[in-house]
Design a protein around this ligand. Structure first.
Ligand code: HEM
Length: 509
């Protein structure tokens, strides 16, 4: 018996030695990061304590200041000694873009498709399925949808301000401002993406059967909550899908076309399920897509908005500058969607917050053929990197968004970096092409403008009326507050825990 065990252990050691040696030989010129298990193997986190020896996905966040710089390389080979396969990580925006530009050569690995619990969808799929889903969804993101988002956010903000909590006070301490941005973002996607009524101050006690029921589960987007959220959503949506199918059939029968009101995400996916063949979807695919749009469509934006406010709270001079700009554009009035492009400084704050805390913090790709990467500072010697077919690559958006070649003072919150300057000696604003906060290429974030419009509208309204600050603990510096409160959790989106903010009224309304 003993010898059987000894043989099995020996065979495992030999097999691992072979695997590690092969990876080292294949990528011998690339700096290494040795660990016990590969960062994707979730099981490793349950059986071996986390730490530098077993970092899991936190290798990205924990390594943001050192992983690449101490190795003088924008590519690192992660070498798991005991479990899993070696993989490449990169913070080079040029390489990331090259990978993201071709979803056929660089596919999403099957093993990270955790978001397809309810069915295949635009996020958790590869071509050709992905292409069909993207084609169905993309037209829903048009100017009409953005203008609707603006209106929904303005109405919700005014309802919020009219509520007793806000109306009666000039100094308002909110222990978890993220709950407010989460509700705002959920309202935007439910009303504009699904055309389903939901109000800011809907009866919070009666949640059953409404989107408020899933609002309880969805914000907890950690993977263990996804199953519960998807069950609640299936229950709520099943009825609504049946009703929508009847409505669409009737419209087609009477008018020969789907009405404008049903050209939102919900209408488009249900209509696709009634089509046959390549352009059609099965029942699980409608659910899968509606689920990921609700999830991707609110959690990401909610956290980006609260982080923008938290970062501005720590930099009053930037906040005052943005406030002055807002006043110069809209005075005391509510902004309209036509003001969106004039509110660029608000958007710069949002982009800078996303750069530091990218809600979509990582994506993975698998090389379908041998590839050669060529980009500045890719390796310590400046050599190109030859990537073998079948290699998994972690596209590290945290690293890429803090790449010092593209973003000087990469770890500071500098909204002004995005603004064109009159100073001829000032560096030009970063190119939107190399900012990967919303990814890049044909699979770039479908909701990029939706999220920007939503956030610019909400931030404009709030910053017009309130000065945003924080309550520091005795003896605590702003920097220490940031470190204590803005500690991200890396889940389906990068998000922090509760963000307490102190708001002081600027304008008597
Ligand atoms: C600040 C908010 C947001 C950020 C930072 C963000 C970021 C990202 C990133 C980085 C990706 C690429 C993920 C990957 O390749 O695995 C992505 C994809 C996607 N996002 Fe967003 N997102 C935001 C808001 C939204 C919103 C509001 C929606 C929908 C209403 C949305 C829908 C999607 C979809 C459908 C994809 C998949 C696209 C594809 O694979 O073709 N996102 N997003």
């Amino acid at each position: 018996m003993l010898s059987l065990w000894a043989t099995a252990v020996l065979a495992y050691i030999l097999w691992r030695t072979y695997k590690v040696a092969t990876a080292l030989q294949t990528y011998k010129r690339i700096p290494k990061y040795y660990c016990v298990a590969d960062p994707i193997t979730a099981l490793a986190g349950l059986i071996i304590p986390r730490g530098w020896w077993n970092p899991g996905f936190s290798i990205t966040w924990n390594g943001k200041e050192t992983l690449y710089t101490v190795r003088s390389s924008e590519v690192v080979l992660v070498v798991p000694v005991f479990f899993g396969d070696a993989l490449l990580m990169t913070s080079s925006p040029e390489v990331c873009k090259e990978i993201l530009n071709d979803p056929t050569r660089w596919s999403k690995p099957e093993r990270i498709m955790g978001l397809d619990v309810m069915g295949k969808n635009v996020i958790a799929s590869n071509p050709p399925v992905w292409r069909t889903h993207r084609k169905i969804a993309a037209p829903a993101f048009d100017d009409q949808a953005f203008s609707d988002v603006w209106e929904v956010i303005t109405t919700a903000y005014n309802q919020m301000m009219a509520s007793p909590d806000w109306k009666s006070t000039d100094v308002h301490y909110v222990p978890a401002f993220n709950n407010i941005t989460t509700r705002i973002a959920l309202l935007a996607i439910v009303k504009c993406g699904f055309n389903i009524p939901m109000e800011w101050n809907q009866d919070q006690d009666d949640k059953s059967g409404s989107f408020d029921e899933i609002a309880v589960t969805l914000p907890n987007s950690s993977l263990r909550h996804i199953a519960a959220a998807s069950e609640a959503l299936q229950r709520i949506l099943r009825e609504k899908i049946i009703t929508k199918k009847k409505e669409l059939s009737l419209e087609l029968e009477l008018d020969g076309a789907v009405s404008k009101a049903n050209k939102n995400l919900f209408g488009r996916f249900v209509a696709a399920s009634q089509r046959e063949g390549d352009r059609g979807l099965d029942a699980s695919e409608i659910m899968g897509n509606l689920f990921v749009f609700l999830l991707a469509g609110h959690d990401t934006t909610a956290h980006s908005m609260v982080l923008t406010l938290a970062l501005l709270a720590g930099q009053p001079e930037d906040q005052e500058r943005v406030h002055r700009h807002i006043k110069s554009v809209i005075g005391d009035a509510d902004p309209t969607y036509d003001d969106y492009s004039s509110l660029a400084p608000v958007q710069h704050c949002l982009y800078e917050a996303i750069r530091l805390f990218p809600a979509g913090w990582i994506t993975m790709r698998l090389s379908g053929m041998d590839e050669v990467w060529s980009a500045p500072q890719l390796t310590p010697t400046g050599e190109d990197v030859v990537v073998q077919k079948g290699t998994t690559v972690m596209v590290d958006f945290i690293g890429a968004c803090r790449n010092p070649r593209h973003f000087p003072s990469p770890h500071d919150f500098v909204p002004l970096r995005w603004a064109p300057s009159n100073d001829p000696d000032a560096p030009p604003p970063p190119s939107m092409d190399t900012f990967l906060g919303f990814s890049s290429g044909p699979r770039t974030c479908l909701g990029k403008k939706f999220a920007s419009v939503e956030a610019v509208c909400f931030l404009t309204l709030l910053l017009r009326d309130w000065k945003v600050g924080v309550k520091l603990a005795p003896g605590e510096s702003m920097q220490a507050w940031r470190k204590r409160v803005l500690q991200p959790e890396l889940s389906t989106a990068l998000k922090t825990g509760d963000v307490p903010l102190l708001l002081t009224r600027r304008l008597k309304r």
